[in-house]
Write a protein that binds this ligand. Structure first.
Ligand code: NAP
Ligand code: F7E
Length: 365
């Protein structure tokens, strides 16, 4: 393909920022959608702004007209639809907004392609999710595992998955879903459990936070590295036929294991004692000032009305058909790189950033 023009919705997010870097390296002209907010938060793509092949445009997933106009102007050869209200817990508080952006938003993107008569020249990648498996009916989960969405977020994403499949079959469009399992990084939003943990471990180790409050420590996830996963999004669109793929590492760990390892990398050894809501992580090794202190507690505030607790992906198809390597970054390497990043970040914040109140507020998620 000579003319490589990508349009990324969700460009300011974790995945959008890595995907932009990846596509710019491949010689693409990259266009991203940003939306107006009272505070401009574009930290993840700040280093790309001003590059000659990187362009930003105002549009919104809730505004068909803006999407139709933009797709007509940019005439992308590939659209990566990553924009979403992506927090599962928030979807219980804002279910209608989540449905509008995560479900109907997908339809708006597909219709923007059709309205501009680009069906035959523009491929579409949809950011689907392991949350579709929800209250899992099979372990591990592959492309044939039945869906059982278990949150307003997952129900919205299920519509996105099916509308993409429908447009593929009805209009012969090259549009596909990547069913991605959790992927994390040093750019992960701070209210997802992994980043909440690595930041707290760094702050506690440096005397800037007293305690970490978490919800369900038994919850199991298949965590990979976001930088490795964006490559797969691209590979899915380069495959000869439009197909959906599960993207996962094939390895599962609990929130407790993630916490334990993150604190170790921050120089603190924890012993977990008690059960359920009474479980605690007590410091048994580390700075003298922390020995014997309870550093991790469970709070009901972080329990969800329905929680997905057993996600474990089977990436066999992606390995075989896309040649993707799910073991590029191991769980251990992922935790280490996140903690190292946050130790440096917290150190640079200075003493003023001490978190005096532990994060008991529900807003911390
Ligand atoms: P993220 O960091 O939360 O980024 C979400 C992006 O969507 C942000 O750029 C956000 O823009 C944008 N957005 C939200 N509402 C919008 C609207 N109304 N109009 C335009 N843009 C809007 O998410 P991520 O972790 O990078 O995930 C990327 C995609 O993959 C999402 O669709 C997510 O649901 C899906 N997914 C993620 C994972 C994972 O583990 N990370 C796994 C499976 C699927 P602002 O910066 O303006 O808020
Ligand atoms: O929760 C449990 C929580 O918020 C993981 C999104 O990218 O991945 C993400 O969704 C697990 C859940 O991610 C806390 O109950 C315990 O079981 O990090 P999370 P998520 O819900 O898996 C999927 C694939 C997506 O598609 C989404 O867009 O950890 N947990 N204690 C906690 N979770 C949070 N956030 N905070 C806690 O204190």
């Amino acid at each position: 393909m000579d003319n490589k023009i990508a349009l990324i919705t969700g460009v300011t997010g974790q995945d959008g920022s890595y995907l932009s870097e990846f596509l710019l390296d491949k010689g693409y002209e990259v266009h991203g959608i940003i939306r107006r907010s009272s505070v401009d938060y574009r930290e993840r793509i700040a280093h790309l702004e001003g590059q000659p092949h990187f362009h930003l445009h105002y549009a919104d997933m809730g505004d068909s007209m803006s999407l139709v106009k933009l797709v007509g102007m940019v005439k992308p050869t590939e659209i990566y639809n990553l924009a979403a209200q992506s927090h599962v817990q928030v979807s219980f508080d804002a279910p209608e907004f989540t449905a509008d952006v995560d479900a109907v938003g997908v339809l708006r993107v597909l219709e923007a392609v059709r309205t501009n008569h680009l069906e035959k020249t523009c491929k579409v990648y949809q950011a689907s999710t392991s949350e579709l498996y929800g209250k899992v009916e099979e372990v591990p989960q592959n492309e044939n595992t039945p869906f059982h969405p278990y949150s307003p977020y997952a129900v919205a994403k299920l519509y996105g998955f099916w509308i993409v499949k429908e447009y593929r079959e009805a209009y012969d469009m090259f549009c596909c879903s990547g069913i991605l399992f959790n992927h994390e990084s040093e750019r992960r939003g701070e209210t997802f459990v992994t980043r909440k943990i690595t930041l707290a471990a760094a702050r506690i180790a440096q005397g800037k936070q007293e305690k970490l409050f978490l919800g369900n420590l038994d919850s199991l996830r298949d965590w990979g590295y976001a930088k490795d996963y964006v490559e797969c999004m691209w590979l899915i669109l380069q495959h000869e036929t439009p197909e959906d793929f599960v993207i996962a590492t094939g390895v599962q760990h609990s929130v407790r294991e993630f916490t334990d390892l993150a604190f170790r990398h921050a120089g603190i050894e924890l012993r977990f004692e008690g059960e359920g809501i009474n479980e605690k992580g007590v410091c048994v090794k580390g700075p003298d000032s922390l020995i014997g202190k309870t550093l991790v507690e469970v709070s009901e505030d972080f329990y969800r009305p329905t929680d997905v607790v057993n996600l474990w992906g089977d990436p066999t198809k992606a390995k075989a058909k896309l040649g993707w390597n799910p073991a590029k970054t191991t769980f251990e390497q992922l935790v280490k790189l996140m903690v190292e990043h946050d130790m440096a970040k917290v150190a640079s914040e200075g003493a003023a950033a001490k978190v005096t109140l532990p994060n008991t507020s529900k807003r911390e998620l």
